[in-house]
Design a protein around this ligand. Structure first.
Ligand code: UD1
Length: 423
């Protein structure tokens, strides 16, 4: 499964207009916590629309280390965890993917114990997990750190009122999963409101959980003792969809992006419309019509329903060829402009001032060898490559394969000249 490791570069020849239909996969950021939440039940779980991504493989390996057996059939995942055989998430897996920490909540709920390697930092900032731990402690867990591992124990989880200092997505998910079994009522205030939180709550509720208010800033959870098996279809990936819309618009394309919940993409659609790009909402998708000429606009990342930080890099790449100057401000992560230097190597005119990037549109970019430093930076470089003159050779493509399913095949089918290559 997946992309052969030796094909470690993506080559994009710029200049083609994208045309046709492209289908969005299930959401990576929804399916990862959902796979973790399957640990809540000893009964079989089936998840549909699961993308083939490296991050999904890692999450499966993590729950496999706890005793889950997992089988994939096409885009369906069958998970069964009749017994938890280990409560330890090994360092080599957690270090591959930070999102492994969302297994803390469900494992604690199921067994009262979890030992997980501290995830540390990553390419886009130090990314602490203090709010995850604060929430679990409020529910009665005790947290100890030894030899780089977090040892979390709870003899009994009890509902509590938890105010998050910031609406962290991962902390909201972890707390929601632990609180799903905690005795009594838990209130998460200032909770994250992302669509992926709603999908996770729906999944848990279909298993017998009692979660209300997901998608608002206050989530109320009544603990229950037992969870049953479930079949669930994952929501479409709004970040993948947004990346395709931006690629289509930047190349002057006419593309129908299928399997989209338009409401999830409002902040992006509003900004693209402000820049002069036209859309048509159709059944099950969005058609973007562009002549490749658009105005620069300013954008500031915020928690949902604000502009998503995961579309900041692709949007910044889109602005490199806009008319005029646009300011992109990142408020969610501390160090998420690694793609800027790479885009500058392609001829983009960008200056960083604190948490903002000032992007002055240029008439053309030129292909260059560049490196993807994280997955959204990778999508930004593909977008830039699609519009640039000549060939762009992208290294670090394992980052892209963490989050974009069959990206080369999908883009080729709508007219992009893109292929994989080995060194
Ligand atoms: C999730 C998404 C990621 C997205 C992010 C923000 C997944 C698998 N990943 O990441 O793609 O970019 O939401 O939409 O769903 N923070 C703390 N302490 C904590 C937790 C977070 O300081 O305990 C900080 C982080 O360092 C960051 C900010 O809060 O600066 C937002 O993080 P958070 O919402 O938790 O993001 P993730 O859940 O890690």
């Amino acid at each position: 499964m997946g992309v052969p490791k030796h094909l470690n570069k993506i080559i994009v020849a710029g200049g083609n207009t994208l045309e046709g239909k492209i289908t969005v996969s299930g959401a990576k950021n929804a399916v990862l916590p959902i796979i973790a939440a399957s640990l809540l039940t000893p009964e079989p779980v089936r998840i549909d629309d699961v993308p083939e991504l490296l991050d999904v493989d890692v999450m499966c390996q993590v729950i496999g280390a706890f005793g889950a057996s997992i089988r994939r059939e096409g885009s369906q995942l069958y998970i069964s965890t009749p017994e938890i055989t280990s409560v330890e998430a090994p360092h080599d897996l957690v270090s591959k993917m930070r999102a492994s920490i969302v297994t803390m909540g469900p494992l604690l709920a199921r067994t009262g114990r979890v030992r997980i390697s501290h995830p540390g930092g990553c390419a886009i900032g130090s990314r602490p997990i203090n709010w995850h731990l604060k929430g679990l402690e409020a529910l009665g867990a005790e947290v100890h750190m030894d030899h780089g591992y977090l040892d979390v124990k709870a003899s009994a989880l009890k509902g509590a009122r938890i105010y998050l200092d910031f609406p962290s997505v991962g902390a909201t998910e972890n707390i929601m999963m632990a609180a799903a079994v905690a005795e009594g009522t838990t209130l998460i205030e200032n909770a994250a409101q992302e669509p992926e939180i709603i999908d996770l709550a729906n999944f848990i509720n279909q298993m017998g959980g009692k979660i209300r208010g997901a998608g608002t800033s206050v989530i109320r959870i009544e603990g229950v003792k037992e969870f049953s098996g479930v079949n669930h279809t994952v929501i479409p990936d709004r970040i993948e969809a947004g990346s395709f819309l931006l690629m289509a618009a930047a190349t002057g394309g006419d593309v129908f992006v299928q399997n989209v919940i338009a409401n999830h993409l409002q902040p992006l659609l509003a900004k693209m419309e402000e820049s002069g790009v036209h859309f048509r909402e159709e059944d099950d998708g969005i058609r973007v019509l562009s002549d490749g000429i658009y105005q620069a606009v300013d954008v500031k990342t915020q928690v949902h329903p604000g502009f998503p930080t995961d579309l900041q890099a692709p949007f910044l790449a889109f602005l490199t060829r806009g008319k005029g100057t646009g300011v992109v401000t990142e408020t969610v992560f501390e160090n998420r402009f690694m793609h800027v230097d790479e885009l500058k190597r392609m001829g983009a005119d960008i200056k960083i001032e604190g948490r903002s990037a000032i992007v002055q549109g240029v008439p053309r970019l030129t292909g260059a060898p560049v490196t993807a430093t994280d997955l959204r930076a990778g999508a930004a470089l593909i977008l830039a490559g699609l519009t640039a003159e000549g060939e762009t050779e992208i290294s670090g493509v394992h980052h892209i394969d963490r989050g974009y399913e069959f990206i080369v095949e999908k883009l080729s089918r709508i007219g992009a000249e893109i292929r994989r290559k080995s060194d």
